[in-house]
Design a protein around this ligand. Structure first.
Ligand SMILES: C[S@@+](CC[C@H](N)C(=O)[O-])C[C@H]1O[C@@H](n2cnc3c(N)ncnc32)[C@H](O)[C@@H]1O
Length: 282
């Protein structure tokens, strides 16, 4: 007992010393250790995401800062790197200085799950499958529809990527964050009896959508549907008094409104017309 009392302070002192020497003075240890994405792959991933000077690129778990630095240097973007490890943040800042991009890069020491990412238009990741899954709700909550996400090696479980690219014997995954379009929408169309209120019902699972539209009292399954960020398009075909009518809807989703056009071929209302739909129920 007396031996424990004498050794305890020495043990605590050595632990504190060890943590400060290794730089682990942060609140918690990293969820995944540092391993850099090969530089050529970083460039391919940024190209896939179409990074340009209008973008704000966030690398969550930025390591030595390479994603953010290359996004600024080669693509003219602004970049923010977040890492929980102060050693990595120091290294990132030093690398940004050497690359002459300190004016367009910021490095934040902190937990990627707690950092506000609302201004990001592109998010880059090299974490783990389970961390990507934990991060998914935050991405949907904070990013705007149309934001792009690229992840090296790890996917997002049942959120299928828009593209999967093989590079240097490994894969990376690319997603465009879809707008929320599920629910019941109303829109107006013309008929011989004046204006009608038509209905669109959409079921959504991430960027995958299915649904039906009611036009002139006919319920039609939508086809060729596509949701890319906030851009929604689909077509519907039906028969009006013996004539085949084909409609192509295109619009931009903003909250509970879709603004766009409908292109009608065949039937008495052929032509391109404005199309505005309002969501009444999610
Ligand atoms: C595999 S490395 C990727 C580094 C860089 N993104 C790249 O691709 O070259 C993962 C990084 O995430 C950091 N990290 C782990 N958990 C974290 C957390 N909860 N918050 C912030 N950074 C974290 C680690 O310190 C490490 O630098």
């Amino acid at each position: 007992m007396r031996k424990i009392q004498r050794t305890a302070p020495i043990l605590i002192f050595s632990m504190v010393l060890c943590f400060s020497i290794t730089g682990y003075s942060q609140t918690r240890v990293p969820d995944v250790h540092f391993e850099p994405t090969p530089e050529a792959t970083v460039i391919t991933m940024l190209q896939k995401a179409g990074v340009n000077q209008n973008d704000v690129v966030y690398d969550l778990g930025c390591g030595d800062g390479r994603f953010v630095i290359l996004a600024a240097k080669k693509f003219g973007a602004r970049g923010v790197g977040v890492d929980i490890d102060p050693v990595r943040i120091k290294e990132s800042k030093e690398n940004a200085r050497k690359a002459n991009v300190t004016d367009r890069t910021t490095f934040i020491e902190g937990d990627l799950f707690n950092v506000d990412i609302r201004e990001a238009t592109v998010v880059t990741l090299y974490l783990l499958n389970e961390l990507n899954q934990q991060l998914r709700p935050k991405l949907f909550q904070e990013l705007k529809p149309g934001s792009r996400i690229v992840s090296y090696t790890f996917d997002m479980a049942d959120w299928e990527p828009d593209e999967m690219v093989q590079v240097g014997g490994r894969f990376f995954y690319y997603w465009v964050l879809p707008a929320t379009v599920g629910g019941t929408w109303y829109f107006r169309s013309v008929s011989f009896r004046g204006e009608l209120q038509d209905q669109l019902i959409l079921n959504q699972e991430f960027q995958e959508i299915r649904g039906k539209v009611t036009v002139h009292g006919q319920e039609i399954r939508i086809r060729d549907q596509r949701l890319k960020g906030d851009q929604l398009s689909f077509s519907a075909r039906y028969n009006f008094e013996g004539q085949n009518v084909s409609m192509k809807f295109n619009g931009r989703v903003t909250g509970d409104t879709i603004d766009g056009t409908v292109e009608i071929q065949g039937g008495p209302w052929a032509g391109t017309k404005p199309w505005k739909a309002q969501r009444v129920k999610q």
